[in-house]
Design a protein around this ligand. Structure first.
Ligand code: NAD
Length: 307
């Protein structure tokens, strides 16, 4: 199988690295010059749970020529349309495209570029970080759930699941992945944006009764809008999951804190809390907590002159 990783940042390097250990071909696609040059010259350096260095082909998306069997999308949400535009040349009639980005509504964007029959939507709890160009830091164990939007191609999709499992990525074929995508977006929507705004760890947020009250309101908005869209979400179960995660990840600064506060990078807010606001507006549902949080994050991006 020829697998392209479209967006070879932290997560793309994890998936690219692990798939490179199977008997499939992997090509990383990215636009960051230093990262490309470092990987070309010195290979991809892996630290964390494993220490390794692998030679992996990497190029800009527009330089890729061979038709893909599978493309795994791993840009940030707002970077997705440009990437989809730049990989048109490697998408063939049977190329499958797997989306594992955080956030809501990506299927609507991707369908503008590829046929729905080739689209696999998914969600992952793997994590990864970059220490610098060409250097991925990989810790912990995760899994991923994926589903084909077209049930007629399940044999091919199960081959992809097998390939991901050969790469020890713990993939599961999920008969109903969309609620799981919403569930993770809800976890992100309660902790990422709030900890970024309050400049605090997850534990510090949940130590505040006001913080916990706000989390309950945000969960309620996600569940209300999701349910109105036909996505079945169990508020009690999600609340328990969020509370359990807050204990396990108490000492962590969520990724939006890293993006906004630590690295002054644009956030994925429009695809998390902002997506709930947008969908709520269409459905006539007020989402005051998600709306204020989205505006506050954009205001902070503006204060920090982040584009
Ligand atoms: P990242 O910023 O580290 O990687 C994105 C990469 O895509 C960058 O290297 C960037 O140069 C490249 N890119 C973007 N647009 C491009 C374009 N048009 N052409 C060429 N290259 C382009 O992000 P990440 O942390 O790997 O996250 C990717 C997605 O996975 C996000 O949606 C994120 O929320 C999600 N996610 C991340 C983690 C994590 O632990 N990092 C965990 C689960 C899910």
């Amino acid at each position: 199988m020829l697998v392209y990783i479209a967006g070879a940042g932290a997560m793309g390097c994890r998936f690219g690295y692990q798939i490179s250990k199977t008997n499939n071909d992997v090509i990383l696609l990215d636009g960051w010059e230093d990262h490309i040059n470092t990987i070309k010259e010195n290979g991809l350096k892996i630290t964390g749970d494993i220490e390794d260095n692998v030679k992996l082909p990497i190029m800009k998306p527009t330089e890729a020529k061979d038709e893909a069997d599978l493309i795994i999308l791993f840009t940030k949400a707002m970077q997705l349309p440009q990437m989809l535009n730049d990989i048109k040349g490697i998408i063939g009639e049977n190329t499958k495209v797997l989306c594992l980005l955080n956030g809501l509504g990506h299927e609507d964007v991707i369908k503008q570029y590829i046929s729905e029959k080739n689209l696999l939507m998914g969600v992952t709890v793997w994590t990864a970080g970059l220490k610098g160009p060409g250097h991925a830091h990989l810790q912990g164990v995760g899994s991923l759930n994926l589903q084909s939007l077209d049930p007629s191609n399940l044999d091919e999709v199960h081959q992809i699941v097998d390939m991901l499992n050969a790469a020890d990525l713990n993939a599961i074929y999920d008969e109903d992945v969309i609620p799981n995508i919403w569930r993770k977006a809800c976890v992100n929507g309660t902790m990422n944006s709030t900890c970024a705004l309050l400049d605090c760890t997850i534990g510090e947020l949940f130590a505040s009764q006001d913080g916990v009250d706000m989390v309950h309101e945000i969960i309620h908005e996600f569940v209300t809008v999701g349910s109105a869209e036909g996505v079945t979400l169990n508020e009690e179960e999600i609340t328990k999951y969020v509370m359990d995660t807050s204990v396990k990840a108490a000492h962590h600064y969520p990724s939006m804190h890293q993006d906004l506060v630590q690295n002054h990078r644009p956030t994925e807010i429009d695809f998390i809390n902002g997506a709930v606001v947008k969908k709520g507006k269409k459905l006539g549902i007020d989402t005051p907590y998600c709306q204020l949080i989205t505006q506050m994050i954009h205001a902070k991006e503006s204060v920090l002159k982040i584009k």
